[in-house]
Design a binder for this molecule. Structure first.
Ligand SMILES: Cc1cc2nc3c(=O)[nH]c(=O)nc-3n(C[C@H](O)[C@H](O)[C@H](O)COP(=O)(O)O)c2cc1C
Length: 139
């Protein structure tokens, strides 16, 4: 079964008042659905933006991305990478998440992510590296 990796970035439409609850819902749905379709990956979230790595069988990733791209909880979704991979970078993560907050601000900053240079303006490789580093710290 051929594996692919897909990376996109988008502008968040979540508002401060219910961001926490909305993120919890997104994550719970993502984990349930991804678990069924053999998808793993990682979601980076700031107040303004998202970036997500999805990896798994080509058909599952394409189908899942098709649902994500029309989700009204974000906008201006930009496909950054869609490529075959030999092995997963996020095995065991039906979907991990890292929000930029007081504890993660430092690591986001190391990769050049700031309020002025938010996730949706970053080069795709940086996003994958940042997600990978955070996933390893939490492993
Ligand atoms: C930032 C973001 C990330 C998401 N990640 C996933 C994901 O990894 N897998 C998934 O199935 N749905 C994900 N979703 C949710 C989908 O957009 C969609 O709501 C969900 O798949 C259910 O689809 P349905 O409403 O068509 O049944 C995400 C949504 C957002 C806003």
């Amino acid at each position: 079964m051929s594996l692919i990796r897909l990376v996109y970035a988008s502008e968040s439409r979540l508002v401060d008042a219910n961001r926490r609850a909305e993120l919890d819902t997104i994550l719970a749905d993502a984990r349930r659905l991804n678990d069924r379709s053999g998808i793993t990956g990682f979601l980076l979230a700031t107040k303004e933006a998202f970036a997500q790595v999805l990896e798994g069988p080509q058909d599952s990733v394409t189908e899942t991305y098709g649902r994500i791209v029309i989700d009204p909880r974000h906008q201006a979704v930009r496909l950054l990478i869609q490529e075959p991979i030999a092995a997963r970078s996020f095995p065991g993560w039906a979907m991990g998440i890292a929000e930029r907050d007081e504890t993660t601000n430092f690591i986001f900053g190391l990769y050049g992510v700031s309020p002025e240079q938010d996730l949706h303006t970053q080069p795709p490789d940086i996003l994958v590296d940042l997600a990978h580093e955070i996933a390893q710290r939490h492993a």
